[in-house]
Design a protein around this ligand. Structure first.
Ligand code: CMP
Length: 138
């Protein structure tokens, strides 16, 4: 099934000038870029985006990290986009990530892990519409 998923190049990935490399990886893996932008989240926006984690001990630190600099949200499309993107990203903790994955290659820690990717159809819908409206997605 052709799906859409949301990827975010996080502040650590943008700061390390990895935006181009990561987009290239997506294109090399058959993803189409349907929408893309660069922005800085407010604390409130980051809290809303990660509301599912609001009771977690790392929530405040995650919000601080996600607001420390620009991010690049991207709408990606391909067959099984959600699962395939998660494969390319690797495990949340770079220590557990497979060789060749984005997080294995570039991430410093479980928090500063370079990219985010939607984990289900339901979260993809919420996350895509968090950053983009219908007319932004080509
Ligand atoms: P992401 O895939 O964006 O989803 C939630 C984020 O919270 C995750 O990537 C990490 O950046 C962060 N995170 C998850 N688990 C932990 C943890 N145990 N400690 C700190 N940050 C975490």
């Amino acid at each position: 099934m052709i799906e859409q998923t949301l990827s975010i190049i996080k502040p650590d990935g943008v700061k390390k000038n990895l935006t181009g490399n990561i987009i290239q990886l997506f294109e090399n893996n058959g993803f189409e870029i349907k929408a893309i932008k660069k922005l800085i989240l407010t604390k409130e926006e980051a809290e809303d985006f990660y509301y599912v984690h609001k009771e977690r001990p790392f929530f405040r630190s995650l919000v601080d990290f996600m607001t420390e600099g620009p991010i690049v949200p991207i709408v990606l499309s391909r067959e099984n986009a959600i699962l395939k993107n998660r494969e390319i990203m690797g495990a949340t903790n770079p220590k557990d990530a497979a060789e060749g994955t984005i997080r294995k290659m570039y991430a410093e820690s479980i928090e500063r892990n370079i990219v985010h990717g939607s984990d289900s159809l339901e979260s993809a819908k919420f996350e895509v519409s968090f950053f983009f409206n219908y007319f932004d997605i080509i």
